[in-house]
Every structure is written in C-alpha cells, then in structure tokens.
Design a protein around this ligand. Structure first.
Ligand code: DOR
Ligand code: ZN
Length: 361
C-alpha cells in the first residue's frame, strides 16, 4: 500500500507537568515521557510545581535522579521560586533551562508575591530565561518589570487578544520577550467549557471566540506551542473540588496536523512552533539523529482509552483527526513505532549542561 511519509525534526514541548515526585497517581516520569513520544515529542521540559515545589538544588537533583532511570524521551527542567531561595540560583544554573514564576494561583500553592520580582530579576543567571504564568492584571506587571530590567522573559499560554497585543507591542519596542500558546486555547473556546465542564477547565481558562480568532490571526507573532500537559485523575476531576488542567501531550500534534489538512496553517508553521521555536527559546538541540515520521493522510478518531498518559481522558475524545504519527527516532534509535513505545525506561537523556547529579553523602 502506498503510504506518504513525511519526516520532521523531533518536536519539543517546553511546558509539561509530569507530577513526579509527589503525585505519581496523576502521572510519572515513565508515563509522562511515553505520552510525549506517542504525541510526537522527542523532548519536553517539566515545570517545578510538584507537590513539594522544586525550589532547592537538593529537590531538583532528587527529581533528576528519579527521572534519569525512567524517561523514554529527553527531559529538561525548570526551577521555581517564591522569592525565598535566591541563594540557590547559582547552584542550579547548569541543571535547568529556566526559572518558572507563578503570579496567579495554580495547582500546588506556588504563588509569588510581585514584590520579589526585581530581586529575582537581579539574581537569576542572565543566560537563562524567566517564564511567567501571569494572567490579567499580573500580565502588565511582568511587562513593566521587563521594561525596567530587560532580560529574556517567556510569557506562557497567551489566551486573550489583550495579552497578545501587549506582547506584540513589547516585541516591536525591542524587548526580549517571547510567548507561547496552548493547543486548547487554539482549538477550544468558552463554549466548549459549557459542553465539557471540568474536562475543559484549566488556567488560564477557555476564552470567547474573538480571542481565539485573534490568536489564529496572529500566529506569526507567537514563538511556540506549549501543551501545558496537566494530568489529573478522573476521580479528582469528578470531585467537588476539581483541579485545573488537562492533558495535552497526545492531542497537540493530531490537532495541528488536522488543522494543516484544513489549510488553517502549514506544516512549516508546525515545525516552527513545535521545534524551531522551543529549540531557540530554551536552547535545546537534539541533533540530526532525532526525528519523527508522520502520515499526513491517515484519518482516525481520538480514543482516550489508548492514551499513554495515566489520565485516560481528554476533551478531544472522539474528535476526527487527519494526519498521524508513525515513528520516532531518538538519538538514532527507534523509540516509538506503530503505536508502541520501543525504548527502554532510562533511554531518554536529561537536558542539562551539567550532567553530574551529586550523590547523598
Ligand atoms: O490548568 C493548569 N494546570 N494551569 C496551571 O497553571 C497549572 C496546571 C497544573 O499544574 O495542573
Ligand atoms: Zn502549566
């Protein structure tokens, strides 16, 4: 049978929450990186809002040690701060790809008071970006501080026309800011929240269609796509106090390839947003022996029960897709083929400049 195969560089998702250590009932390093491979990502970067936040070198190294024997794709890390760990910054600079700050309440009680911002901007190593979760009024606080103290800042998950307009203005003025958008803010709007309820509940929330349209119209000003893969168990989502967040690693590429088949964007846009963009912003280079192969013509339906992620649910369940991942080659070895993970746990590499993980003495 004739099968048109297209080869693309390995995709990179610079924004995932793998929950390991601390909440491995939601996801762990093996299932999270297996979900990445099943979604076409050869590298992902994990956020620090674990149950015990990653704000010390000790916690970070503990996390990296566990990850190193479990991961099936490459994995990088961000460090976290609530303003009380500035003396740890220099100790972790070869071990992480950036610093993530939360100016709004989110999973894991990890809120930073903005009074700490200028000190953090002074102390965090200049060469590494600072990433922000900043919604609504805190968004302007970030742009104000970047104006006073220009340094590499990445604004996570643009969801409104207002935010993206302000980023475009900042870029036009030459400020060193980049921004990302999630697939759910591109493919869902607030009407889907009414339809899917807690399974479409996340921070930032789904927005009105005018905002969604503005994101699509200004895709050229967006640097990258980030899934914000935020797995939670079905039980938690069905509880009286459902947490925010949805899994995204296994639906991002299918949604984008389907949009390519509908001429909403091009395959070159997908490569820019899911490979070149994150590679450039976070300095991730996996080399030429890492690539994925897709069949842009294959049609299928998303089946949540087949997901590698522990969260066997997605608001996109049952959606008709066109364009499927066939294989992934990571560092010259086939790690995903015909729906199956073919890599041993631990084959993935830690994306750190400093490879040493100090043993407990
Ligand atoms: O919806 C979200 N879930 N937004 C966040 O900022 C955090 C994430 C999570 O960790 O569950
Ligand atoms: Zn997030």
């Amino acid at each position: 049978m004739y099968m048109p195969t297209v080869r693309l560089p390995g995709l990179i998702d610079p924004h995932v929450h793998l929950r390991d250590p601390g909440q491995t009932e939601k996801e762990d390093f093996y299932t999270g990186t297996a979900a990445a491979l099943a979604g076409g990502f050869s590298a992902i970067v994990d956020m620090p809002n674990n149950k015990v936040p990653i704000t010390t070198k000790e916690k970070l190294e503990e996390k990296q040690k566990t990850a190193s024997t479990q991961i099936v794709c490459d994995l990088g890390f961000y460090f976290g701060s609530m303003g009380d760990n500035l003396d740890e910054f220099d100790k972790v600079k070869g071990k992480v790809l950036g610093l993530k700050l939360y100016l709004n309440q989110t999973t894991g009680n990890f809120l930073l008071d903005k009074k700490h911002l200028s000190e953090i901007f002074e102390c965090w190593p200049e060469e590494l970006p600072i990433l922000f979760h900043a919604e609504e009024q805190t968004f302007d606080d970030v742009l104000d501080i970047v104006k006073q103290h220009p340094r590499k800042v990445h604004l996570c998950h643009m969801s409104t026309a207002y935010e993206l307009k302000r980023v475009i203005e900042a870029k036009d003025k030459g400020l060193p800011v980049t921004c990302g958008v999630t697939p759910h803010h591109l493919f869902l709007s607030e009407k889907h929240f009414k339809q899917y309820g807690v399974f479409a509940m996340m921070r930032p929330p789904l927005r009105p269609q005018v905002d969604v349209d503005f994101l699509w119209e200004n895709l050229a000003s967006i640097d990258l796509i980030e899934s914000d893969h935020a797995p939670h168990t079905l039980e938690e989502k069905n509880s009286d106090n459902p947490p925010n967040g949805i899994p995204g690693l296994e639906t991002t590429l299918p949604l984008l390839l389907t949009a390519v088949s509908q001429d909403a964007l091009t395959i070159e846009d997908v490569v820019r947003l899911c490979h070149t963009g994150p590679k450039t912003v976070f300095g991730i280079d996996q080399g030429p022996d890492t690539y994925i192969e897709i069949d842009p013509e294959e049609e299928y339906v998303i089946d949540q029960s087949k997901m590698q992620s522990k969260s066997k649910w997605t608001p996109f369940n049952g959606w008709k897709m066109k364009g499927k991942l066939l294989r992934i080659t990571l560092h010259g070895k086939k790690v995903f083929d015909a729906g199956k993970i073919t890599a041993e746990a631990g084959f993935g590499q830690l994306l750190t400049k400093d490879k040493s993980i100090e043993e407990d003495s």
